[in-house]
Ligand binder design. Structure first.
Ligand SMILES: [Zn+2]
Length: 451
């Protein structure tokens, strides 16, 4: 039967974290509410009880040193086609139907779920947020929800975490991925699964990603390098023998899924949730009334030594967004719980895997476009000098889905020393843009980054 040798296994230490356990729970619950408003849960007993069964088995196998009585693990299936799964801080986990359909046995399903559970027990979501400055994240709920809901398709991302910052914000880095792989392998072994099935599932996902669309899971959980190799090595040290591939029900589950009407794509599903009116609204939508013109006097905002920027003195710093926004009175408000603005600037950091400046900028524009179907390029790139570094400036136009109004967006991008992308978005209605272009230039000209 099963034998698990504990001595040789790799010890994983959770990264530093400025958040409390209670905050993990709270943030996860808030993000879960958004997820469940926007994505179609499978309310199908056979599917739910299967996913819960595998999930419980894994949770029971979390090593005692990492168990948290406060965490509430829940397991739900989402009726969408993409191969994906995600877990939120404090325990809510979601498995896409596409993942259940692509797996070849229960061990593979368990592999992905064990990886996700490991992100939760190691508290990677809030550990990642602990590294952020307020210029990256004001309220991380939108960022978490954006990262998990939107992934690469991100129709909801740009709205949950305005303009798509969240999409890249909580995508984990290589070290957290490696930790989740190793911890996940150990949890699998303790639960009686063969950790090698995790490596197999990652290969299945990789094969699928060569097809059109490509699984979102890989872009949210990038391969730290040699993924299969070190998982297999860890599996050896765990010496699992006679592991279960199927605790019962996997084949029945897949047959059951085949009898159901095919799952929609995430994009189709979120479009439907928009039609039902549950989707929050984007920029350019709501605020009514007159907008004060920008004051000719400027006020400096600073965050410690890291950032300084000057904005017209009648503009306010808006809380609750995933980046920092400055906007004049009358130009901002709240729609469906999301803060929106029609005139102003947003500053943020997009943590991409390192690329050259133009590639990173194009990725950012793509993520904006996924959340804003009316977004178009309106110019090429101008090379500029930006916060003491080389930068790019480009114009975009967007027809607001909500108000139908045309807005112009001036996007400035530059790179931080660590390769992540720093951006400033200036937004104004197109018919007023001429009055704002000089203001955006002056704001960008005042920006200092100490990295
Ligand atoms: Zn991961």
């Amino acid at each position: 039967m099963l034998a698990v040798a504990l001595a040789a296994q790799t010890v994983i230490t959770p990264p530093n974290n400025r958040y409390s356990i209670a905050e993990d729970l709270q943030l996860g619950q808030q993000a879960a509410t958004q997820v469940e408003q926007q994505l179609p849960l499978m309310r199908d007993d056979e599917v739910t009880s299967y996913v819960e069964g595998v999930g419980r088995r894994l949770v029971d196998a979390i090593p005692p040193s990492l168990q948290r009585a406060e965490f509430k693990y829940t397991f739900k299936a989402i009726n969408v086609r993409e191969i994906n799964a995600f877990a939120l801080p404090g325990g809510p986990m979601y498995v896409n139907r596409g993942m259940l359909e692509a797996a070849r046995n229960e061990g593979e399903v368990a592999g992905v779920m064990a990886h996700e559970i490991s992100h939760v027990v190691l508290r990677h979501g809030t550990a990642q947020a602990s590294k952020a400055t307020k210029y990256e994240v004001g309220s991380i709920v939108g960022a978490i929800a954006g990262a998990v809901i939107g992934g690469r398709l991100g129709t909801v991302v740009a709205e949950g975490a305005r303009f798509g910052l969240g999409a890249s914000f909580l995508r984990f880095g290589r070290e957290y991925e490696r930790q989740a792989d190793i911890e996940g392998a150990q949890i699998m072994a303790r639960a009686g699964y063969d950790p090698r099935d995790m490596a197999n599932m990652f290969q299945t996902i990789q094969k699928q990603s060569r097809g059109s669309g490509g699984p979102e899971w890989l872009s949210d959980h990038p391969d730290p390098g040699n993924r299969s190799e070190y998982i297999l090595k860890e599996a050896q040290s765990l010496r699992v023998e006679g592991a279960v591939r199927d605790t019962g029900g996997f084949e029945q589950l897949q047959m059951h899924l085949k009898r159901l009407p095919p799952a929609p794509t995430t994009e189709e599903a979120t479009r439907e949730s928009k039609a039902r009116g549950t989707r929050p609204t984007i920029s350019g939508a709501a605020p009514a009334g007159s907008v004060e013109p920008p004051s000719p006097r400027y006020t400096q905002y600073a965050e410690g030594e890291r950032f300084r920027v000057s904005v017209p003195s009648n503009w306010r710093e808006l809380p609750g967004s995933s980046a920092v926004t400055f906007a004049p009175p009358g130009a901002y408000g709240t729609v469906s719980g999301q803060s929106v603005f029609t005139h102003g600037v947003e500053l943020g950091i997009s943590r991409n895997e390192t690329h050259d400046l133009q590639t990173s900028t194009e990725e950012l524009i793509d993520s904006l476009a996924r959340g804003n179907p009316g977004l178009r390029r309106a110019s090429g790139y101008d090379a500029i000098s930006f916060a003491g570094r080389r930068g790019l400036r480009t114009l975009l136009s967007n027809r607001s889905a909500a108000s139908g109004e045309l807005e112009t967006i001036e996007l400035y991008t530059g790179q931080m020393r660590d390769g992540s992308l720093f951006y400033v978005l200036g937004v104004a209605p197109t018919d007023r843009f001429r009055d704002y272009a000089g203001v955006f230039d002056r704001i960008v000209g005042s920006l200092r980054i100490n990295d």
